[in-house]
Design a protein around this ligand. Sequence first.
Ligand code: PMT
Length: 413
Amino acid sequence: MNIVLGISGGIAAYKTPELVRRLRERGADVQIVMTASAEEFVTPTSLQAVSGRPIRSNLWDKEAEASMSHIELARWADLVLIAPATAELMARLAGGGAPDLLTTLCLATEAPIAIAPAMNRVMWANPAVQANRETLEERGIQILGPDVGSQACGETGAGRMLEPDVIADAVCSPEFAGAVADGILAGRTVLVTAGPTREPIDPVRYITNRSSGKMGYAIASAAHALGARVILISGPVSLPEPRGTDVVYVETAEEMQAATQDRVADADIFIAAAAVSDYRPAETSAQKIKKTRDTITLELVRSPDILASVAALQNAPFTVGFAAETENVRKYALGKLENKNLDMIVANRVGSDCGFDYDDNAAEVLWKGGEKVFDKMPKSELAAGIVDVIAVRFFETRGDEMQPTLSIVSIKE
Ligand code: PMT
């Protein structure tokens, strides 16, 4: 688990080197982000030594990716844990303020957030602090503690930060993972293919297509956002790894087929968004083909149909294909739904003005007896809508006693 550990300026910050060690003992990678006042209580040098990573505190860090530390960290985190969380920090989170790196990344992250409040007992009991606690809880932020006992100020009561061991046990426990990942696909595995494949002609040339991977990566993120474990099998693309997914990189259709076969037994849902080369060179030249003739002929052979082979499995997962067509989109997509024996197909038009590489897309999701039409919108939003429909149909057709209450989309049957 990638944990961004935010440290705000309270006396309990002196316990954070210990907390880092306890988190790392439990297998977490810890990236520390400090507020300016935290540095009054604990040194960045000690924290860097125990975390093994440079400390981040500057919103305007020129070393960070595109000088956007907050976005880079927000994407990297599987969990943002703030310990200690002072009354001031809680107020900033509740109010949506973002004056520094820590609060800005909290606004920018899709990862769950947990805070371990620490403050004087009278401050903790203050109605303003309690109102902020309630607001944060209502927004799904996990509040760990505080503990009751003697405080650094000499008083006794509720407001002590939980001990590092207790915090580490809490955030690394399966119950915590379950509590934060309580989307409707929690406990389910979704296998996604994305991007193009490359079929080598010789060591310097290949056959490929215009897929950027954006649609498939957005599908993977949307499935993760619904709580699924996501395995993403990706062709060569230039996109950052979607947060919380296991990415397997492949190059050719045959490699994508093998990677899919190896992992499909774990999958409840398979979504084939990749643009797999239908044909590959019959032979790959070991050396660069020289320019000796006016014309050359390349013999192509069919690549394995990954989607069809998954749908044909005896215990096939809920299987969803994409159909990328330049004409007769609906007709050809319905043909693929039927011929490949799919549970669902996502039909989209591709061409010079749409589909491949664009940030927006439109699609019709089709299945036997139903459909849902999505007008043009950003691929991230489209993916969220498509995965909602898939989840509803998955539970309708394969659901069991674990089926959750579904109220996410209305489907035109
Ligand atoms: O990646 P982007 O730039 O964001 O573009 C998105 C997209 C247009 C690539 C995407 O929305 C899309 O339509 N993906 C499927 C592209 C495609 O190959 O469609 P197809 O109609 O040729 O194939 C039908 C289905 O069979 C697809 O699910 C495909 O993944 C699958 N297939 C095809 C051939 C093959 N050998 N094996 C397969 O699994």
